[in-house]
Design a protein around this ligand. Structure first.
Ligand code: DGY
Length: 318
């Protein structure tokens, strides 16, 4: 009998075809998450499960999958899964690294440029037919050239963000719990700084760590107080890396100039005060959202699940 796999949410059709050719696939074709009870019910007889960031895979679900061998997340992050517990139960947790690096780095730069050059309010202004004449002081932003970009987390995405910075002739510093080797630093033209030094001296700070117990609220009240007045904060990693209430306070005090956010502490809920601020760019977690990238992510997730249900070690386990 073919192995059975639950797919918790709709994926691109060519990707699903590949799964269906090799497995009994139980697919939620709706583009809305299944309830916890529904997942518990449907995972009970499955060998594998393909999940999205919106599925909170906790102990109850893991325990319900009595035959489960793999939980394959369609994302590079896997903080939505109790992966310690899955590991204890010898269930592989897999992710989709690498394929989304460039798309997420591009989006990070889209946020940087948008917030620093007031793109969103300027667009709104133009649509409201308020553009009556060229004005010297209209929507003045800041130059990037010569400014210091502080990257927190020099993993794949942080490195891709650094590479793009040289096109803007910025100086790049970084902080990571593990300093990169000197060869890589040289190649990327980046300088290591302790976190507090990075916060005190960067004009733009961009966050790229994974969400772990160590990085939860890595940027909190104290860190905002260290930032340069006029600094910008960009977050396309995970919302809870920033204490969102502390961010609101920092913006209200004008101790930072603005923020560009793709992720939120209690996603999809957003601190209401952020919604009213013109110096904040808000996106609905679309870092990897290009057609090519999302298709590749889904394909890799399917390949990971197939490897395990057919007795192989998966390429991308965490
Ligand atoms: C991820 O993969 O972790 C992103 O947040 C969604 O693409």
């Amino acid at each position: 009998m073919k192995p059975s796999v639950l797919v918790t949410r709709r994926l691109p059709e060519p990707v699903l075809q590949k799964l269906k050719a090799k497995c009994q696939a139980d697919i939620n074709y709706e583009d809305t998450p299944l309830s916890k009870e529904e997942i518990i019910h449907r995972v009970a007889d499955k060998d594998g499960m393909v999940t999205l960031l919106t599925d909170k895979i906790d102990r109850d679900i893991i325990d319900a999958g009595t035959k489960l061998k793999v939980i394959s997340n369609v994302a590079v992050g896997y903080d939505n899964i109790d992966y310690h517990y899955a590991r204890q139960k010898n269930i592989y947790v897999t992710n989709t690294p690498e394929v989304l690096t460039e798309a997420t780095a591009d989006l990070t730069w889209a946020l940087i440029l948008s917030v620093v050059r007031n793109i969103v309010p300027a667009d709104r202004f133009t649509r409201q037919v308020k553009f009556k004449e060229w004005q010297l002081f209209l929507f003045l932003g800041s130059d990037l050239k010569g400014k210091r970009l502080g990257i927190i987390g020099l993993g794949r995405i942080g490195r891709a963000v650094a590479q793009r910075a040289s096109g803007f002739e910025m100086e790049v510093v970084y902080y990571d719990i593990q300093r990169a080797d000197r060869e890589l630093e040289k190649r990327l033209k980046v300088t290591y700084l302790p976190l507090d030094q990075l916060l005190k001296t960067s004009d733009i700070i961009t966050l790229h760590p994974p969400l772990t117990s160590q990085t939860h609220h890595l940027i909190d009240q104290k860190e905002f107080q260290l930032m340069k007045p006029g600094a910008y904060l960009i977050n396309a990693s995970r919302g809870p890396v920033v204490n969102e209430k502390a961010l609101v306070e920092a913006l209200k005090r004008k101790s930072i100039a603005g923020a560009g956010l793709d992720v939120y502490e209690n996603e999809p809920r957003i601190e209401p005060e952020l919604l009213a601020m013109d110096n904040v760019v808000l996106l609905p977690h679309i870092g990897s959202a290009s057609l090519e990238t999302r298709t590749k992510m889904a394909m890799i997730a399917i390949e990971n699940v197939l490897q395990v249900v057919y007795g192989e070690k998966p390429t991308n386990y965490v």
